[in-house]
Design a protein around this ligand. Structure first.
Ligand code: FER
Length: 246
């Protein structure tokens, strides 16, 4: 394992690179955490290990205001995350041992995977949005995020929910994002894994995304919640099986 920082327009992003045993040259998968998350969460580590066991290097990176990366949580926006993700993609492409590139992310990191997958459709051989939180832009437009109602026209300076403070700018940015455009842009293989008992991101969003993508597989994990507690083996198996097919 190598631990380091990747520069993203002056913001230092905390990163870790894990390679399979005896790995010299081969594919690499970028892996993103979700909203309030970080790279050491159990489900992130389970994903990293499952991908490594498929013979693929994994580059985990923490986004603006999360984990050990720079930036304040309350000042993060999806544009900042997209900028960060593009910096990580650029870094990954500069590594001379990398052959194919894959992109995986959980929840808000799954939304990021869908956006950057569309933007970089010529770069990623496959993408894996896990429990993708792509209802966030709709929630920002209708005035409902973090289980809190707000006025989507006269946007408050901040909203507080789940013990966290989100800025009005987070909402303003999210309102401009149209995930369907990026779904349509990506035509490569897509794996969506989603717990049927997810109470943070409804399972119906994983299901709907899997129908809209041209080439998606949906693996529902029965009774699993948002972070796949007690279902990590099923999550790992779904990812391992997918990498046998791409
Ligand atoms: C929300 C529901 C879920 C929300 C964010 C999430 C900002 C993201 C969850 C995650 O990334 O784990 O209303 O609002």
């Amino acid at each position: 394992m190598k631990e380091f920082y990747i520069d993203s327009d002056g913001i230092r992003l905390h990163a870790k690179l894990d390679t399979p045993e005896g790995f010299e040259k081969g594919p690499l998968c970028i892996l993103f955490h979700g909203f309030t998350g970080h790279m050491e969460e159990d489900h992130l580590v389970a994903l990293q290990k499952a991908i490594n066991n498929s013979g693929i290097a994994v580059l985990r990176a923490e986004m603006y205001g999360h984990g050990k990366s720079e930036g304040k949580f309350s000042e993060h926006t999806l544009y900042k995350w997209v900028t960060n993700a593009l910096s990580v993609v650029k870094y990954a492409r500069s590594l001379d041992f990398v052959t194919d590139l894959y992109l995986c992310g959980h929840s808000q990191g799954g939304l990021l995977t869908m956006l950057v997958g569309g933007m970089c459709r010529d770069i990623f051989k496959a993408i894996l949005p896990i429990s993708p939180a792509w209802m966030i832009p709709d929630g920002a437009r209708t005035g409902h995020l973090l289980n809190i109602d707000f006025d989507p026209v006269n946007i408050p300076d901040k909203i507080i929910g789940w013990d966290r403070e989100l800025s009005g700018d987070y909402i303003r940015v999210a309102q401009t994002i149209h995930v369907e455009d990026e779904i349509n842009r990506y035509t490569g293989p897509v794996l969506i894994v989603h717990g049927t008992a997810d109470d943070a991101v409804p399972f119906s969003y994983g299901e709907k995304a899997s129908k809209l993508y041209k080439n998606a597989t949906l693996i529902p994990i029965k009774d699993a919640g948002h972070c796949f507690d007690d279902h990590l083996q099923e999550l790992s198996d779904a990812v391992s099986e997918f990498f046998k097919t791409v």
